[in-house]
Write a protein that binds this ligand. Structure first.
Ligand SMILES: C[S@@+](CC[C@H](N)C(=O)[O-])C[C@H]1O[C@@H](n2cnc3c(N)ncnc32)[C@H](O)[C@@H]1O
Length: 292
């Protein structure tokens, strides 16, 4: 535990010193590590310093998921929680194919879709919010100045109306903390199925609606949102094989507010894991379902 904590502290110091580094373009999914994900995320600051965003867009970025990265007081929890999720997803998405066609559902500011394209995917991001799509396209043009072949396209659309079949066969659908907003989930999964190739995967990373925090804190409950086990059932019902269902990070963001609470929380997380209670506390989960 002590070792764990000092490793996190060391990384944070390193990561603060590194903040003036040049733009980082990860080129291969092979051995993609948390540090690669961090270096890539840090590009956002360089993009901002290059003045590619308007004031309105900067506000949108602050309110988007990566606001939690840009805000230094929330950054360490964001990194602790999210970096392993990207590493795991990349391992899954690129496992059998160096150039998969991946469609991201609810791509927000395009961070994952752009990353997948840099790593060699044929990447498509779908996002409901036109202003966020504006940001995605600015970011795309920014990276195209550094990279010749960036295969990424962004569409402003509601996933329920998108013509997925125009992009068939799709190797993988990916969603990062957005699927819970697309209800009913089973209708959307059914809409994805015909364009997904046999053996193709749906990878969903989302908040865990069945954790103890959602039970205790009413404001954390999201009516109509599937819990991880409900998602598993739905996928099975729709003829998919669930190849992975994993819960992550058993401590809430507030636990990272001070070094002391962080130390105790990391200790508590180890105990929770040791007792096999991770799924009751985890703030998020990943489900990977394969089309049979
Ligand atoms: C919490 S954000 C996550 C964004 C992104 N995945 C990321 O990691 O930054 C959820 C996004 O899903 C988008 N969204 C919600 N419902 C949608 C729908 N039906 N179709 C397309 N996008 C949707 C929202 O506009 C929002 O940008």
């Amino acid at each position: 535990m002590q070792e764990n904590l000092s490793k996190i502290k060391m990384k944070e110091e390193q990561r603060t010193q590194d903040s003036t580094k040049d733009i980082f373009i990860p080129k291969t999914p092979k051995d993609f590590k948390e540090d690669d994900a961090f270096n890539y995320l840090q590009n956002i600051e360089i993009e901002i310093n290059n003045g590619i965003f308007s004031k309105k867009e900067l506000l949108l970025l602050e309110n988007a998921l990566y606001g939690k990265f840009l805000d230094k007081s929330r950054r360490s929890f964001f990194l602790y929680h999210h970096l392993p999720l990207w590493v795991d997803s990349i391992r899954t998405l690129f496992k059998y194919n160096a150039h998969p066609k991946i469609i991201e559902l609810g791509c927000g500011t395009g961070t994952s879709s752009l990353l997948f394209a840099m790593l060699g995917a044929q990447s498509i991001g779908i996002e409901l919010d036109a202003n966020l799509i504006g940001i995605c396209n600015k970011r795309k043009r920014f990276y195209e100045r550094q990279l010749e072949n960036l295969n990424v396209e962004f569409y402003q659309a509601n996933t329920f109306d998108f013509h997925f079949e125009d992009h068939a066969p799709v190797d993988a659908y990916f969603s990062h903390f957005a699927f819970n907003l697309m209800k009913p989930a089973d209708t959307l999964i059914a809409l994805l199925t015909s364009s997904l190739r046999v053996g193709g995967k749906i990878v969903i990373i989302d908040g865990n609606q069945s954790n103890i925090y959602a039970h205790l804190i009413p404001s954390r409950r999201r009516p109509g949102v599937f819990t991880p086990s409900m998602m598993r059932k739905e996928f099975n019902r729709l003829g998919y094989r669930v190849v992975e269902l994993k819960t992550h990070c058993a401590i809430p963001p507030i636990a990272f507010n001070s070094m002391l609470t962080r130390k105790f929380s990391l200790m508590a997380e180890e105990i929770i894991r040791f007792l096999g209670l991770q799924r009751f506390f985890s703030v998020s989960y990943t489900i990977v379902a394969e089309k049979s």
